[in-house]
Design a protein around this ligand. Structure first.
Ligand code: GBH
Length: 489
C-alpha cells in the first residue's frame, strides 16, 4: 500500500466524542512515583536506583533529579482535586517500593509509606476516582541493586513478590486494578544495555538485558499468582502488566521489510506476551538470540500462562521499518533485529509531526494498528491504554499564556482517541485510556526539559499548577460536550 494511503485509510482527521466509546470505558490520567513525588528523604523512604543515577554526573541532561520533583508527596490533595475537576474516572500512579520497604527486603513494613498511599487512595475514592496502581515504575530500592545486582539476580522475584503481596494486603480493599511492572523492556534495554536509564549498566555483556527481562516476567507472574490465590476472590480486582510498543509499519511491500517489521514487534511485545500467553519467547528471538535467552522451567511456564487479566499498553509513536544488516546502535539487542527505524518517507516527508522529544512523532493511525495487531495475535485480550501523550520543550522565553495554550497536544489527543474508537469498532477489546501525564514532571534522562503534562508546573514559582488547554479540552470531552465536526451542543 502506498504510504500516503495509510493516512486516509485510517481516518486521520476525524473528530471524536465520548459517545464513540462503550459506556463503561475508563478515562484516566497517569503518573509515576519518582517523576512526581519528590520528598526523597521524607516518610522514612529508602533510596532507589533513580536517586543514585540522577545524582551521578552526566546522566540527566539538565543535571536535575527527582529529589523535589513536583512535590506531589505534599500536594497530592490538590492534584486529586485537579483530576476530579477535569472529570477523569481513574488515576494511574505508581508506588515507590522504597517507601514501603526502604531497603527493598520485605522484613519490616514502613508504616509512613503505607499511610501516604492510604491517604492518596482515600482522597481518590472520596472523589469517585478509581485508582490503578503500578507496583514498579523503575525505582528499584537501591539496596537491592547494591546487594544482588537488581534484576539480574533471581532472588529479585521473591523480593518483588513480598512487596506486591504487602500492597495487595494493605490497599486491595479499595484498589481493584493492579499493574505489576511498567515497561519491562525499558528496564532491560535502557537499564542493562544502552545504560541511559538507571541502573545505567552498559557492560556489553549481551546477556544482561535478557536476564533482567526474564526476572521481570517471572516477578510479574509470581505476583499475579499471589493475587489470584490469596486476594482476587475476596477483593474482586484484576491484575495486568504494562508494555510499551511503537507501531512498526513495513517501509515497503518487500518481503524483507515486512519480516523486519514483524521482528521489531516480536522484539518489543512478543518478548513478554509470547511467554505470558504461549509459555515461551517468540521463535524469532529464540532463533536469533540462542543461549543468550534464559530458559523457563516447565513449572515456570505454567505460572506464566494465565497470569494476565489485562494488558496495559503504553503507546506514543510509530516508525516505518526496513530490513537492515548494519545497525547504528551499538547494542546487540538492536543488531539482532536487523532492522532500521525510519522517520522520513521518500521525498523527505516525516511519518508525522514531531513533538519535543527526538523519538516522538505524532502518528495516530499507528495506535489503531497496534491495537488490532494485539487483538489478532494474542486472542483479543482486554487492553487498557495506560499511557499516551506528547511533550513540549521547556522554553523560558515564551509567555505563560502561550505555553498553556497547547494546541498541538489537543490535536494529538483527538487523533489518538479517534484511533482508539476505530480500533474498538474493528473489534479490539479496549477498556480504558490514560493520558500521560497529569502534570509536567521529571522526564527521566531528559530531566525537566520536556513537558508532558495536561497541567503546567511552574518550576520557578513554587511549583504552581496551571491547567493547559488540553486539560480543559479533556474536561469538555468527558462531559460529552465535544461533538463531531467540532460542534458543541
Ligand atoms: C514512558 O515510556 C514512561 O513510562 C514514562 O515514565 C515517561 O515519562 C514517558 O514514556 C515519556 O517518555 O528513544 O533512546 O531517546 C515510553 C517509552 C522509552 C520512550 C524511552 C522514550 C527514550 C529513550 N520510552 N525512550 S530514546
Amino acid at each position: 500500500m502506498a504510504k500516503k494511503e495509510l493516512f486516509k485509510e485510517n481516518g486521520e482527521g476525524e473528530e471524536v466524542c465520548k459517545a464513540d466509546f462503550p459506556p463503561n470505558f475508563v478515562f484516566g490520567v497517569a503518573t509515576a512515583a519518582y517523576q512526581i513525588e519528590g520528598a526523597c528523604n521524607e516518610g522514612s523512604r529508602g533510596a532507589s536506583i533513580w536517586d543514585s543515577f540522577s545524582h551521578t554526573e552526566g546522566k540527566i541532561i539538565d543535571g536535575s533529579s527527582g529529589d523535589v520533583a513536583v512535590d506531589h508527596y505534599h500536594r497530592y490533595k490538590e492534584d486529586v482535586n485537579l483530576i476530579h475537576k477535569f472529570g477523569f474516572d481513574a488515576y494511574r500512579f505508581s508506588i515507590s517500593w522504597s517507601r514501603i520497604f526502604p531497603d527493598g527486603v520485605g522484613t519490616k513494613v514502613n508504616e509512613e509509606g503505607i499511610a501516604f498511599y492510604n491517604n492518596l487512595i482515600n482522597a481518590l475514592i472520596e472523589k469517585g476516582i478509581q485508582p490503578f496502581i503500578t507496583l514498579y515504575h523503575w525505582d528499584l530500592p537501591l539496596h537491592l541493586q547494591e546487594t544482588i545486582g537488581g534484576w539480574l539476580d533471581k532472588q529479585i522475584v521473591n523480593y518483588f513478590a513480598i512487596y506486591a503481596d504487602t500492597c495487595f494486603a494493605h490497599f486491595g480493599d479499595r484498589v481493584k486494578n493492579w499493574i505489576t511492572i511498567n515497561e519491562p523492556l525499558q528496564t532491560a534495554v535502557n537499564g542493562y544495555d544502552t545504560g541511559i536509564f538507571a541502573p545505567g549498566r552498559r557492560e556489553g555483556s549481551s546477556e544482561e538485558p535478557y536476564l533482567a527481562a526474564h526476572h521481570q516476567i517471572l516477578a510479574h507472574a509470581t505476583a499475579g499468582s499471589i493475587y489470584r490465590s490469596k486476594y482476587k476472590d475476596k477483593q474482586g480486582g484484576q491484575i495486568g502488566l504494562v508494555l510499551d510498543c511503537e507501531w512498526a509499519e513495513a517501509n515497503s511491500d518487500k518481503i524483507e521489510d515486512k519480516s523486519a517489521a514483524s521482528r521489531r514487534l516480536d522484539f518489543q511485545l512478543g518478548w513478554y506476551l509470547c511467554p505470558l500467553y504461549y509459555g515461551d519467547y517468540p521463535a524469532v528471538m529464540l532463533e536469533r538470540l540462542g543461549d543468550r535467552l534464559p530458559k523457563f522451567s516447565e513449572e515456570e511456564k505454567k505460572l506464566l500462562l494465565n497470569s494476565l487479566d489485562f494488558l496495559g499498553l503504553n503507546h506514543y509513536t510509530s516508525r516505518f521499518i526496513s530490513h537492515a544488516t548494519s545497525c547504528s546502535e551499538e547494542s546487540y539487542f538492536y543488531k539482532a533485529q536487523e532492522m532500521e527505524r525510519i522517520v522520513e518517507w521518500e521525498g523527505g516527508e516525516k511519518i508525522g509531526e514531531k513533538a519535543a522529544s527526538e523519538w516522538l512523532y505524532i502518528v495516530p493511525w499507528g495506535l489503531r494498528k497496534v491495537l488490532n495487531y494485539i487483538a489478532r495475535k494474542y486472542n483479543n485480550p482486554p487492553i487498557y491504554i495506560t499511557e499516551n501523550g506528547m511533550d513540549d520543550e521547556e522554553d523560558n522565553s515564551l509567555p505563560l499564556s502561550e505555553i498553556l495554550d497547547d494546541k498541538l497536544r489537543v490535536h494529538y489527543f483527538k487523533g489518538y482517541l479517534a484511533a482508539v474508537a476505530q480500533a474498538i469498532k474493528d473489534g479490539a477489546d479496549v477498556r480504558g485510556y490514560f493520558a500521560w501525564s497529569l502534570l509536567d514532571n521529571f522526564e527521566w534522562a531528559q530531566g525537566y526539559t520536556k513537558r508532558f503534562g495536561l497541567v503546567y508546573v511552574d518550576y520557578k514559582n513554587s511549583l504552581t499548577r496551571h491547567p493547559k488547554s488540553s486539560a480543559y479540552w479533556f474536561s469538555r470531552f468527558l462531559k460529552g460536550g465535544e461533538k463531531k465536526n467540532g460542534k458543541e451542543n
